[in-house]
Design a protein around this ligand. Sequence first.
Ligand code: ZN
Length: 341
Amino acid sequence: MSNDIVLIKTKDDLEISELEPGEVHRIYVQLTDNSLGVPWKVPLVVVKGVEEGPIFGITAALHGNELNGISTIFKLIEEIDPKKLKGSLILVPISNIPGYLMKSRYFSDSVDLNRIMPGKPDGITSNLYAHYFTSKIVKKFDYLLDLHTASHGRVNSLYIRADLDNEVTRTLAYLQNPQIIVKKFDVEGTLRGWANENGIPSITIEIGNPSAFQHSLIDETLEGILNTMRHYGMIEGEVKDMVTDAIICDNSYWIYSKKGGIVDVHPSLADKVQKGQRIAIVYDVFGQIREEILANKNGVVIGKNINPNCDAGTRVLHLGVNLIEPKPESIPGHDDFALGD
Ligand SMILES: [Zn+2]
């Protein structure tokens, strides 16, 4: 294995087919110039297998403060022997370089990259970066797992956003090892939405909290990725039914405060709550109750606010609702179905 880092210039193309098989390749891909007049360089790790197979792309830190995906990718690199791999992995540990440097969700011009995909070749700063990111990197993928976390001031369970009506993305979702799966149609401007529209099946994996490494969630995410690679024949091993412990929801939404003050949100992540159950209290500055916030449906807690500063209209709790019982035949690695005659 070579530790050399290869540089791909903005004008040049990354040719996966020209890389040596059975090796791990570390590559900097230059995108657009920053205000020093030097290009932003995105790090890629390409694990190139010895046999033909799918090209699996994994992106992390597209929001620059969402870091659990970085450790997931590093652990995956340690786990995979390129000499025993079919197909290739293209891993992007840090997708939003300026956001990562600023410890921020956003790009250097305060734009959310995951709302403007695929960018524009003649757009504003963030649009240009997004254009090169999608055209020079993500277009090479056959499948995409986009790794995120909760936003600042909030905490998440380990959960998947995916279009469950689409067979391929549903399969991708069921192959992971999440606490919760939520059916989400692709929002325009997201990397997932653009990839799915362009023939690259994609799901979003939300791994816990921002600005941290949470190793239990990272290890569960890694287990799901390895299960996915087994399903697509990239590595040896038996595919497991990963939805036995997962809660699958048809929809989810945030519940907001109506009053301002100091908010305390009660349920824990992945707790089930009942319609009418008190989920949060907004206090005034003297410790008196101003608002009791109730669940308006039965559901499961996907994410919650942990920042007590509460303006009226603050997102308090992300509730997953309308639980789905999946069909056994739609679950990869489900024994009952596999053993049928
Ligand atoms: Zn994110």
